[in-house]
Design a protein around this ligand. Sequence first.
Ligand SMILES: NC(=O)C1=CN([C@@H]2O[C@H](COP(=O)(O)OP(=O)(O)OC[C@H]3O[C@@H](n4cnc5c(N)ncnc54)[C@H](O)[C@@H]3O)[C@@H](O)[C@H]2O)C=CC1
Ligand SMILES: CC(C)CC(=O)C(=O)O
Ligand SMILES: [Mg+2]
Length: 365
Amino acid sequence: MKARIVTLPGDGVGPEVTAAAVAVLQAVAAHYAHDFSFDEQLIGGAAIDATGEPLPAATLAACKNADALLLGAVGGPKWSDPNAPVRPEQGLLGLRAALGVYANLRPLTVHPALASLSPLKNEKLHNVDVLFVRELTGGAYFGAKTRTADTATDECKYTVAEVERVTRRAFELARGRRQHVTSVDKANVLETSRLWRSTVIRVAAEYPDVKLEHQLVDSMAMLLLTQPNRYDVVVTENLFGDILTDEAAALAGSLGLLPSASLGEGRKGLYEPIHGSAPDIAGKGVANPVGTILSVALLLRHSLQLEAEAQAVEAAVDHVLQHGPHSRDIGGDAGTDAVRDAVLAALNDHANSSNASADRERACG
Ligand SMILES: NC(=O)C1=CN([C@@H]2O[C@H](COP(=O)(O)OP(=O)(O)OC[C@H]3O[C@@H](n4cnc5c(N)ncnc54)[C@H](O)[C@@H]3O)[C@@H](O)[C@H]2O)C=CC1
Ligand SMILES: CC(C)CC(=O)C(=O)O
Ligand SMILES: [Mg+2]
């Protein structure tokens, strides 16, 4: 198939992990005879340096014209002056809003080979398989902001329509999994959470086959670490989802491992690791590319509908996590390129063995 993919490497480790993930997409294209074109665009601090804006018009135009987008990360100390007129993060928020990608899927699994890195080193780690569905284009990140010399405000606003659409997405996804949705809010205190909860309850009535439970976000932060295997699909608002998923990454062993897919109504999606620009390790060639490579698997699955290819990438990553090499954040000493090369080799083996078995089936049939 033909697909136009815009890449947005961004800042810090963003270009390093994006390059590794693009190499995987190129290998998928070669193994499975697809025609993927890549168009690299500026975003974040790199875009501010080049154009003065975190989301240049040319970037937005290219993104609107693409089938899928792959992003590294934005931000870093160079652009973090609290009084700066523009910030790299505004570029990413603006892109999410412009694309209308309101549902951010952040899957969490714990690879058995990495279980010793997890704070929960016991049987409760078995079968951890949680799909976070984070609302991505509303809430405090997008509300009106005010600032005077001694006071600042960030408005947190949600409409019923915004809650309904992300809740429906969560319930639809739960139907293909273990039919269980946990909605996380702070309905004992926040008005937005009370609207969230009543809307979720109403939408849930459309899905009698899916069990719904509610959890307040503060106790959820604890339960996620102590009983993660209780959860199937977790739906929550923008800020809570951002925080809970970085916490969840600790269970997997590193923030560098988790991928994400940001989806709206069409097939187009924005794919990125859940981590940031990791300025502490940027430029050293040691960033873990696994979260970004697994984001490529989500891109293949959700935007390009190439399920076999998505599974091939996931199997290749699984092989590397099982046998190494491992990057420093997960206890090894391999650099980004060595992990990328190991994934490419495993993908090559996987594709060759799939082709061989297809040949055998054809010969028998
Ligand atoms: N989606 C995005 O573009 C995001 C951007 N940011 C931005 O990133 C910058 C740094 O933010 P932090 O709070 O430090 O979060 P961070 O996610 O960049 O880093 C947190 C810790 O995780 C480690 N880490 C992250 N990704 C890794 C990887 N692939 N391999 C190995 N270790 C990894 C880092 O080295 C650091 O110790 C800030 O400017 C922030 O605004 C933060 C989160 C998301
Ligand atoms: C705009 C981003 C920096 C927010 C974030 O941390 C994330 O989406 O994970
Ligand atoms: Mg975050």
